[in-house]
Each structure stands twice: as structure tokens, then as C-alpha cells.
Design a protein around this ligand. Sequence first.
Ligand code: NDP
Length: 242
Amino acid sequence: MKYALVTGGSRGIGKAIALKMASLGYRVLINYKSNLSEAQHTLEAIRHAGGDGELLPFDVSDKVKIQEILGGWIEANPEKEIEVLVNNAGIRNDSLLAWMEEDQWTDVINTNLDSFFYVTRLVLHGMITRKYGRIINVVSLSGIKGLAGQTNYSAAKAGVIGATKALAQEVARQGITVNALAPGFIKTDMTEGLDEKELKALIPARRFGLPEEVAHAAVFFASKDSAYITGQVLSINGGLYT
Ligand code: NDP
């Protein structure tokens, strides 16, 4: 049984990716932090489309829970292979650096960057043994360009971009690819408070992107045919930054 694990699969971009992974024939492990009803909606939508999956709640910023819950699942289910890992769960907590609280820094770094290390390390062992895997990290325009008010978030996402490129070189021989998706402004709960009218004037496509448009790029990296594409960062930003 082949699985795709999508962290933060209950809402937004992760939900759209979870649905696309199911359409590729994967059973989807839907991770989320606390929003059970949204996670159930994702699973229902997958089942409605003829796929299947499981809910696997854990806080990606908590290394003990990752080991306990994800590590426990892997150990208890040796016949279930996680072939695709999408490190998508993320938060932002913006502030100018001069006024940033220590918690704002550590929460954003733990959730967006440290999670990559703890989750990927666990899943990678099986991929190495089976000599196949697709790791897709959801980063951000903010990690490429840097955005004022987001030193914590830009640092975390830039960190994941560096890790993507390094890990890609470590595991290329084992049939594992590691790539990153860098969305610009995408219509989700995360961007709800932003002034869309003002911001879209800056975007050449003159609109925010849709979660499904990011998921489309995730399918590209997840494909077996993308075996020779690794260590790449693909921007999905309507031309905002090239
Ligand atoms: P949303 O806020 O819409 O959804 C966040 C998802 O992540 C939810 O499923 C949430 O679970 C989960 N999550 C948050 N924190 C944790 C945690 N500690 N442990 C486990 N799951 C967690 O975000 P988006 O869909 O907009 O963002 C998805 C990714 O895309 C993020 O990495 C974000 O940084 C990145 N991104 C988004 C952009 C955008 O414009 N929207 C632009 C660039 C990058 P729950 O439902 O339980 O809260």
C-alpha cells in the first residue's frame, strides 16, 4: 500500500495537495494540528472522489509527538509505504524584527524549519530502503526574496530551500527526489487578513493564486516521470518575482 503523507492537509494548500495525491492513486495520510472537522472534510472529499486515507494528527513543531505518532505509525504499519512526503504545514507570525518577541521567532522556525528535519528524517529511512521517494517541501516567495516583516518566516523558508538542495544531493542515488514549491500569494486562511485589492496590483497575473494551482505543481514533482528533476525550487506566483 503506497501512501502520500501531507503535513497540514486539513486546509488550504495542503488540502488541495492531499486531493491531488489521492487522484494519483495514493492513500493519503492527512496530518493536521487541531482542526479535526476540516481534516475530516479533506478525507471525505478524497473518499467521495474514490480514494482513501487516514488522519494522523500531530504538531509538526513538537519533535516528541512526531516520533511518538508518526514514528509509531511507521513502526505499526510495515506494509504501508510512504512514497511521497509533502512538508506543507506552516505558520506565519509577522512583525518587524526590532519588535519581534522571542516566541514569534522560535514558533515560526520550529513549525516551518525544524519540522522539516524531524518529519523527513523519519520518513526517509523507508524511502532509502525501498530506493524510491518523492519529497516536496512547500516554501515561499518570502524565502527566496525576503519580505519585510517576515524575518522569522523568510529565514525558516530559506532554510528549507537550502536543506532541499543539500538533501537532493544526498539521496539522488537512491531514487529519491527532493524539490520545493515556492508559492506567492495564494487564497487560503493564511492570507485572509491581507489587503488583496492592494496586493494584486503588484502581481503581473493581477490575482491571488488558488491552492489547486500549487497542488498542480506538487503532482509534477510527485510523478514517477520527474525522476531526473531534483533540488529545484519552483515558483507559483503569477509572475510576482522571477
Ligand atoms: P493555512 O493556514 O490555510 O493551513 C495551514 C495548515 O497547516 C493547516 O492544515 C494546519 O492544521 C496546518 N498546521 C499549522 N501548524 C501546524 C502544526 N504545528 N502541526 C501540524 N499542522 C499544522 O496555510 P496555507 O495552506 O496557506 O499554507 C500551507 C503552506 O504554504 C505553509 O507552509 C505556508 O507557509 C506556505 N505558503 C502559503 C502561502 C499563501 O499565500 N497561502 C504563500 C507561500 C507559502 P490545522 O487545520 O489543524 O490548524
